[in-house]
Design a protein around this ligand. Structure first.
Ligand code: ATP
Ligand code: MG
Length: 426
């Protein structure tokens, strides 16, 4: 026997029963973000590899080991997008959005790709919803975005939510701090994991992210960036915190929060949910004031977040689901013609009804059972010259009256009768 093909590891099919919850999430996100002035954008599923190498950072986990890169056949390397901020910054420049009144507020929802070890809540193709605001470094934008994600997670019923907050400062202060941290790490290199040790000079901040017990011990006493912010960065951070206090959003300052992307400056944050176990991050983001310039554009401030759809659904309240009930089911009895049934469903759908017809050759009894399974309100039973309309809730059955001057019952007459019943008109 030939081996049966399956979806690739780390991917999944979004089945019909999964869509109610996903659609509800999408509509919530859209309503919430659009009423705060964010407008939807969608960038291509793949981009030049260099966009991520430069934008996300050569030293990050994403660029070092998680990208799906391929040659496009013409010697150019492309990469399935692992995240949305670099592509949106690219699009912002490409479409001259820096000439628009600031801030430019954008949101997105779509699939992303990372070559990771697949497990619950961690996939190789997953969906994110995200929001970005470009062109302003006002701390009110950082706070606004955090409040929006908090509201979304709250509305979705995400359980045991925590907000971790920190500031990474700006490149100057960060460079000075990095040197200090490198020195500290080199002095304690023998107790670090080999992975962290190998990257001391490339990305010392990653050491804060490590699970390795020895490394964690060492990091307890490591110098903290948050204690080395310059005056302007410290003031920006204080503003963001004051605004979150005003909005009654609880947070914990976590000086070890580094996030996996190189482009962050100043504010960084992450929402976690205990409900997720090991993969506890549901969404996060931060400010990235240097990113657009790093990609060859003008100096541009930016701040944003991304949240994983699957993790939000895993950690959220169960959404009610089930197909919308059928309003009219068209059945065939002796003498009834399939083409009339077809014309009737078409007329019913044109009138805005959810209509279905018999398509599996069932007996009349079987058809009524099928209509019941579909939750049908009415069943039209077609015979040679006449038709009856059955009210499924009362089991009452009445003949459909032909239009004036006609012998046979037309599809329109059946639809009118069903509409009268659905609207409660006798
Ligand atoms: P993690 O620490 O779990 O690896 P991350 O820091 O790499 O997450 P981000 O790049 O900040 O995640 O992406 C934002 C959100 O996207 C995450 O909080 C998570 O909900 C979701 N996400 C990231 N990677 C995956 C994945 N491989 N599968 C499913 N969801 C993911
Ligand atoms: Mg990751």
């Amino acid at each position: 026997m030939t081996e049966r093909l399956q979806a690739p590891r780390g991917t999944f099919d979004v089945l019909p029963e999964d869509w109610d919850a996903r659609t509800a999430l999408e509509h919530r996100a859209r309503d919430l973000l659009e009423s705060a002035g964010y407008r939807r954008i969608e960038t291509p599923a793949f981009e030049a590899t260099e966009l991520f190498a430069r934008g996300v950072g050569e030293a990050t986990d994403i660029v070092q080991k998680e990208m799906y890169s391929f040659d496009d056949g013409g010697g150019r390397s492309l990469t399935l997008r692992p995240e949305g901020t670099a592509p949106i910054s690219r699009a912002y420049m490409e479409h001259g959005m820096h000439k628009l009144p600031a801030p430019v507020k954008l949101w997105y929802l779509g699939p992303f790709f990372r070559h990771e070890r697949a497990q619950a809540g961690r996939y190789r193709q997953f969906w994110q919803v995200g929001a970005e605001a470009l062109g302003s470094d006002d701390p009110a934008l950082d706070a606004e975005l955090i409040v929006l994600l908090h509201t979304l997670l709250d509305e979705l019923g995400v359980r045991d939510l925590r907000l971790l907050l920190s500031s990474l400062g700006q490149p100057g202060a960060r460079e000075a701090y990095r040197d200090q941290l490198k020195e500290y790490l080199h002095a304690h290199a023998d107790r670090l994991s080999s992975d962290v040790r190998a990257r001391i000079d490339l990305n010392p901040l990653r050491a804060f992210d490590a699970d390795h017990p020895g490394t964690r011990e060492v990091m307890k006493d490591a110098p903290r960036l948050i204690d080395h912010l310059d005056a302007a960065d410290a003031e920006h951070f204080a503003h963001v915190r004051a605004l979150l206090d005003k909005a009654d959003i609880a947070y914990e300052i976590d000086p070890t929060l580094v996030r996996g992307l190189d482009y962050y400056t100043r504010t960084v944050f992450e929402f976690t949910s205990e409900a997720l176990g090991a993969q506890s991050g549901v969404g996060g983001g931060g400010r990235y004031d240097g990113l657009v310039q790093m990609l060859g554009g003008p100096p541009t401030a930016g701040v944003g977040w991304a949240a994983g759809i699957e993790r939000m659904l895993l950690a959220g309240a169960e959404a009610p689901h089930g197909a919308a009930p059928v309003e009219l089911f068209v059945a065939l009895d002796d003498g009834g013609r399939r083409e009339d049934a077809f014309a009737t469903v078409v007329a019913a759908r044109r009138a805005g009804l959810h209509a279905e017809m018999e398509l599996a050759g069932r007996s009349l009894k079987g058809q009524l059972k099928q209509a019941d399974r579909l939750g049908a309100r009415y069943v039209a039973i077609l015979r040679a010259q006449e038709a009856e309309l059955r009210d499924m809730s009362s089991a009452e059955q009445e003949p459909v009256v032909p239009d004036e001057g006609e012998d046979a019952v037309s599809p329109e007459a059946i639809v009118s009768a069903a509409l009268r019943g659905l609207r409660g008109v006798a």
